[in-house]
Ligand binder design. Structure first.
Ligand code: AMP
Length: 402
């Protein structure tokens, strides 16, 4: 019997999300989340056979650190006969946010790789330290099986220099590794391929604009399966209006807030990453709440919605120009998959670019990939649920079984 299970770990500063997949049929054996690690009120929610009959199990009470969290997860899995000590576990796949220019492919982690991921912390101070911790605890638990890092930046490594460069002094940029990297890469990779499949074509034969609209949000232009531009940059702050991030702004806003407003660099960092975007505009970062409030005539919610959609439209236009020919625009993630009103508003008025919706199809709620464009439209518009865990598992499994 060959080992076919992959555990996918997505470690945050105080949380761990996990899924156990069987790669023989790509089925999900278990999924869950540990949150508020290090607090008195830690919580583990474990779902056996997601999508099946079994009820999630919840465990409340202090979980001291990531090591204890993974042990608690291992105990939950063992209770379902899926212990992490099983010979059927082929690999652990770790989501690692920043791979810099060094990592452009999924990579088996050894001491050297781990040290290099650690050295990228200055580029992703909010994310890479937690990813490193997750790797360390999983390695301690199963030192005998491959731990694979799958990087959020990797899919975007193919961007041409003209898209990756900022137009600043080249020497300074190079010295400090300042360039555009892009994020959400596993999602953009998965969704661009799934969109090609929905059209019945090979990824090499289609040009796709992917709109990953979750709490974080990013757009990408994918030509023949290869990313040629994306909206996030050095960090996930650039680009679209997001739940709590501003996206694009004049960098001079920062100087102005520092010089005139007296804000510190850390205060501005927090302002732009955690208190801006939809939240900053109207006090809510959940699109459901914004749609409800806007529907009741709330002006701030309406402004937030319009600003969000305006930015989205600009990126659809920009990436249509970058690609020259667009075969499909794909909406994905929490907002993209669920908010028909956002999709309708983003595509509205873009008939000149070949985009038009079938409003009835757009209104249908479904967990399946589907087309929502009008029959006469030149460009297909699709809703394609993303699956970053499956993509991480598939990439890790392919690497360890090749
Ligand atoms: P994600 O980061 O992909 O999990 O997306 C989370 C976001 O999706 C939430 O903050 C909501 O704004 C949005 N969302 C989830 N469900 C819906 C829905 N039914 N309608 C509108 N927005 C939704």
């Amino acid at each position: 019997m060959t080992a076919s299970r992959v555990l996918v770990l997505n470690s945050g500063s105080s949380s761990v999300k996990y899924q156990l997949l069987d790669m023989t049929d790509r089925s999900r054996l278990a999924a869950g989340l540990v949150e508020r690690i290090g607090e008195e009120t830690s919580r583990l929610v474990h779902t056996p056979q997601p999508g099946g009959e079994a009820q999630p199990r919840e465990q409340l009470g202090p979980i001291a650190d990531h090591g204890a969290a993974l042990k608690a997860v291992a105990a939950e899995l063992a209770a379902d006969g899926l212990g992490l000590d099983s010979p059927e576990l082929a690999a652990v796949g770790h989501r690692v946010v920043h791979g810099g220019t060094r990592f452009t492919q999924p990579t088996v982690i050894d001491d050297e790789v781990l040290a290099e991921i650690r050295s990228l912390v200055p580029l992703a101070p909010l994310h890479n330290p937690a990813n490193v911790t997750g790797i360390e605890v999983a390695r301690a638990l199963r030192p005998d099986i491959p731990q694979v890092a799958v990087f959020d930046t990797a899919f975007h490594a193919t961007m041409p220099e003209s898209a990756a460069r900022y137009a600043i002094d080249a020497e300074t940029a190079d010295r400090y590794a300042v360039r555009r990297y892009g994020f959400h890469g596993t999602s953009h990779a998965y969704v661009s391929r799934a969109t090609a499949a929905l059209l019945g074509k090979a990824p090499e034969d289609v040009n796709v604009i992917v709109l990953h609209l979750g709490n974080g949000a990013s757009a990408s232009a994918v030509r023949g399966g290869v990313c040629v531009d994306t909206s996030m940059g050095l960090t996930p702050l650039e680009g679209l209006v997001m739940g709590t991030r501003s996206g694009d702004l004049d960098p001079a806003v920062i100087f102005h807030l520092a010089r005139v407003g007296g804000l510190s660099i850390d205060e501005i960092d927090t302002l732009l990453n955690k208190k801006s975007g939809l939240l900053g505009l109207c006090g809510d970062n959940d699109m459901r709440e914004i749609l409800r409030r806007a529907g009741e005539g709330d002006r701030a919610a309406r402004v937030a919605f319009d600003t969000y959609v305006h930015r989205l439209k600009k990126y659809i236009g920009a990436y249509s120009a970058v690609l020259g020919r667009v075969d499909a625009v794909a909406f994905t993630a929490g907002v993209g998959e669920n908010a028909a009103a956002v999709r309708e508003a983003a595509v509205d008025g873009l008939a000149e670019l070949g985009l038009a919706l079938d409003l009835e199809a757009n209104a249908v709620r479904s967990g399946e990939p589907r087309l929502i464009s009008a029959e006469y439209a030149r460009v297909a518009v699709a809703v394609v649920p993303t699956d970053e865990e499956l993509e991480i598992a598939a990439q890790a499994y392919a690497l360890v079984t090749q």
